[in-house]
Design a protein around this ligand. Structure first.
Ligand code: MG
Length: 253
């Protein structure tokens, strides 16, 4: 069941989302060649604590870190560790926090130093796909209008969309109904209503859409080991259309 949030609940979700957006902006300045993903995780953990929130990821089904750091061919759920970022890498940073019982969730894929033309285009298309999806998140549209817009945008630009991982409702739980695939048929699915809050999160690949999970049980990589990018916003469906609650803005378009 897709729950509708009251104004008060949306305000709580928005407060959590503001922290998520701020962390992503804070981390962007720290991402450069020579930094380890564990250093980013520690910085994020400190920042979350200073803001009086807790990581939504740490301990979730046993996930060991504050954030997910997914480098190059890693699609999502990369575990921070000893990996040293190098010039030309791309890194998806996914941040979820809980504040006063409510969740916010967002992700950006950042370039590390100077990246290839192919990587630049992937980032631009993945971020563009997110905004295409958000543009369909209006009352009276159907859920898979969002999915279809994401898929069409990514595929018409020569990329593929991941099937195994999807967006989700969010609120007093990190993952609520509905699941929001990044592929689907426009005009189908539940009707969207004011008060719904979604985390929309296209994962876009350079090559095959197929994924595989490594032995650690978390790290999801592209089957062909080509690049993958991931962008996510938590959004609210208002009377006047979608409102982005995680506040980072378009950067790669
Ligand atoms: Mg999410």
């Amino acid at each position: 069941m897709i729950t509708l949030k009251s104004k008060a609940e949306v305000a709580c979700i928005e407060a959590a989302c503001r922290i998520v957006g701020d962390i992503l902006e804070f981390l962007e300045a720290k991402i450069k060649p020579g930094v380890t993903t564990l250093e980013l995780d520690n910085l994020a953990g400190d920042y979350i604590g200073q803001r009086g929130a807790v990581s939504a990821f740490k301990g979730y089904k046993g996930f060991p870190a504050n954030i997910c750091t997914s480098v190059n061919d890693v699609i999502v759920h990369g575990i921070p560790g000893r990996q040293v970022l190098k010039d030309g890498d791309i890194i998806s940073v996914d941040v979820g926090v809980k504040l006063n019982g409510y969740y916010g969730d967002a992700a950006i894929t950042f370039p590390v130093g100077k990246i290839s033309q192919e990587a630049k285009r992937l980032l631009a298309v993945a971020e563009g796909a997110l905004y295409e999806g958000i543009s369909k998140a209006s009352a009276d549209n159907r859920l898979y209008d969002i999915s279809s817009a994401i898929q069409k945008y990514a595929e018409s630009n020569g990329f593929s969309v991941v099937r195994e991982f999807v967006g989700h409702g969010i609120g007093s739980k990190m993952h609520e109904d509905p699941q929001i695939p990044n592929f689907g048929e426009a005009g189908t699915g539940p009707r969207l209503k004011p008060g719904m809050v979604f985390a929309i999160e296209p994962m876009v690949n350079s090559g095959t859409y197929k994924a595989e999970v490594l032995e650690d049980g978390w790290t999801a990589v592209t089957k062909d080991r080509r690049l993958s990018a991931h962008f996510e916003h938590t959004i609210y469906i208002g009377e006047g259309g979608p409102e982005i609650l995680t506040k980072w803005q378009k950067r790669n378009l």
